[in-house]
Design a protein around this ligand. Structure first.
Ligand SMILES: NC(=O)C1=CN([C@@H]2O[C@H](COP(=O)(O)OP(=O)(O)OC[C@H]3O[C@@H](n4cnc5c(N)ncnc54)[C@H](OP(=O)(O)O)[C@@H]3O)[C@@H](O)[C@H]2O)C=CC1
Ligand SMILES: C[C@H]1O[C@H](OP(=O)(O)OP(=O)(O)OC[C@H]2O[C@@H](n3cnc4c(=O)[nH]c(N)nc43)[C@H](O)[C@@H]2O)[C@@H](O)[C@@H](O)C1=O
Length: 332
């Protein structure tokens, strides 16, 4: 993998777009409701918003289940935020998707229907919906452009989740067309960072590898067995880079087309495993359990649309993995 030069400093466009309160679509000091504020994405977006002087509004899941449309609508009517970031969802890795198709479909549909309709009923002028790169066809030409949507069969292991996400971006488009709502969608690639899920059965691959290699080193195990063949390719973006992209989109983007969010480079799961093994310091062997699914062979996003808005990723993968490992060690 030839590392793409990550801008050490934000590019001029980035600086203009990302300078605090730059842009007119998210006014200075705006009050932003972050749905899913305790999650990987929601917590990163909340951190970034606060750092740039916005007021972050949240509601714990114990106080408000966002699948409850009536209570969600009432709460948003009480809060009347200037914007909503919809980062609440039923989320998980390939095995969670494969073994829990019902909540991956139903919970995500319910949350999306509640929050988007509730925001509109409350007169919220701005909303950003987080979809996922899994919305694209299993064998879409790479890198995948936003135009590839619905041009082919989906990856079976996460079809319920993907269809829920496609319904979400369709809902956003419908509110734009029927009501002129300034609501937008982002389609992030695989994400990682502080606040990730490290449960070995339900997590995504990167945190799972960090934990597996850490525990193998701790236990002096001779070998770590990973899932699948190791040949699929994945793109990984640190969640703090995603949060910067979310603010850029909230400030500068107002079109129906979803915007891909990624770093523009991918690697095999085997190469990722070598990197994580090295960062964690495990010196044993790596094996592969091909009874576990590989999933989509590749899903590298075309990020031209986002790049034109001035976004540049800033956290290189190896550095991001090391920082995530250190975060997990201090938080677990
Ligand atoms: N992680 C990734 O690699 C990627 C994620 N995305 C998208 O980003 C968004 C956030 O994902 P991520 O942060 O990783 O997921 P997490 O699981 O880390 O966070 C999801 C959040 O949603 C909350 N939530 C779930 N169900 C409900 C509910 N019924 N009512 C209220 N809150 C609820 C959770 O609350 P609690 O913690 O209390 O359970 C949690 O805070 C999702 O839309 C996902 O599809 C897109 C591409 C890649
Ligand atoms: C973000 C994205 O995330 C999911 O799609 P995914 O990227 O396929 O999921 P994943 O991160 O779990 O796996 C990536 C690859 O990694 C291999 N792999 C090896 N060893 C482990 C392992 O120990 N755990 C996991 N989870 N995977 C492993 C695994 O076999 C597969 O080949 C969906 O939610 C999808 O809907 C979505 O949006």
């Amino acid at each position: 993998m030839t590392p793409r030069p990550h801008s050490a400093e934000p590019a001029p466009d980035d600086a203009a777009a990302e300078s605090p309160h730059g842009g007119s679509l998210l006014p200075p000091g705006a009050r932003v409701f972050v749905a899913g504020h305790r999650g990987l994405v929601g917590s990163a977006v909340a951190r970034r918003l606060a750092a740039e002087g916005y007021e972050v509004l949240t509601c714990d899941r114990t106080a408000l289940d966002l699948r409850d449309a009536d209570r969600t609508r009432r709460r948003l009517g009480e809060l009347r935020p200037d914007a909503v970031v919809l980062a609440a969802a039923k989320v998980g890795g390939i095995m969670a998707n494969k073994t829990q198709p019902v909540p991956f479909l139903e919970d995500n549909l319910r949350i999306q229907l509640s929050v988007v309709a509730g925001a509109h009923a409350a007169g919220v002028p701005r909303l950003l919906f987080l979809g996922s790169s899994c919305i694209y066809p299993k064998h879409a030409p790479q890198p995948i452009t936003e135009e590839a949507l619905l041009t082919g069969a989906l990856e079976p292991t996460n079809e319920p989740y993907a269809l829920a996400k496609i319904a979400g971006l369709t809902q956003i488009r419908a509110y734009r067309e029927q009501y002129g709502a300034s609501y937008i969608s982002a389609m992030p690639t695989n994400l990682y960072g502080p606040g990730d899920n490290f449960d070995l059965e339900t997590s995504h691959v990167l945190p799972a590898l960090v934990r597996r290699f850490h525990e193998a080193r701790r236990d002096r195990a001779p070998r770590v067995v990973l899932w699948g063949s190791g040949t699929p390719r994945r793109e990984f973006l640190h969640v703090d880079d995603l949060a910067r992209a979310c603010l850029l989109l909230l400030r500068r983007y107002d079109e129906a087309t979803p915007v891909n969010v990624g770093c523009g480079e991918d690697l095999t799961i085997a190469a990722l495993a070598e990197t994580v093994r090295d960062v964690v310091g495990f010196d044993g062997d790596i094996g592969w359990d091909t009874s576990r699914p590989d999933g989509t062979p590749r899903k590298l996003l075309d990020v031209s649309r986002l790049s034109k808005l001035g976004f540049r990723p800033q956290i290189p993968l190896r550095e991001g993995i090391r920082a995530t490992y250190e975060w997990w060690l201090t938080s677990s």
